[in-house]
Design a protein. Structure first.
Length: 132
């Protein structure tokens, strides 16, 4: 019978240890944002909060309004990230929300709903932002 010595165990563990090509180097929160930074330089961020607007501009059968949202600079984007944006449920009869990042720290877009409203609406929003 062969005994498992400390040297053999160390050799076996070393043989099976794999160093990943990409791994998380930092993660945290900033306001309503959560983020994750990878050693490759990729940054991911998730927003779950709200935007405010009033939908008074008629566009065919829907009403729209613009909104803007800041991305905290401490997340670390150095250029405008890619975005996926959605409203969280049927808040205030919102039927759609879109947007784009104009810089590393600014998002702007539109909210659509079937009725006009001069009241300030709060729209629950989720955003996934990332860079390669």
């Amino acid at each position: 019978a062969r005994l498992i010595t400390p040297a053999r165990l160390k050799a076996a563990i070393g043989y099976w240890t794999v160093t990943p090509d990409n791994y998380v180097i930092d993660e945290g929160t900033s306001g309503d944002w959560r983020y994750r930074k990878w050693n490759s330089g990729k940054i991911e961020a998730w927003y779950e909060g709200s935007v405010t607007c009033s939908t008074t501009t008629a566009r065919g059968n829907v009403y729209t309004s613009t909104y803007s949202l800041a991305i905290p600079s401490d997340i670390g984007f150095t250029s405008a990230p890619y975005l996926i944006i959605g409203n969280n449920g049927n808040t205030n009869n919102v039927i759609g929300i879109d947007g784009e990042a104009s810089s590393a720290t600014d998002i702007s877009g539109y909210v659509w709903r079937p009725q006009s409203s001069t009241n300030t609406l709060t729209v629950q929003t989720r955003i996934y932002a990332w860079t390669d």
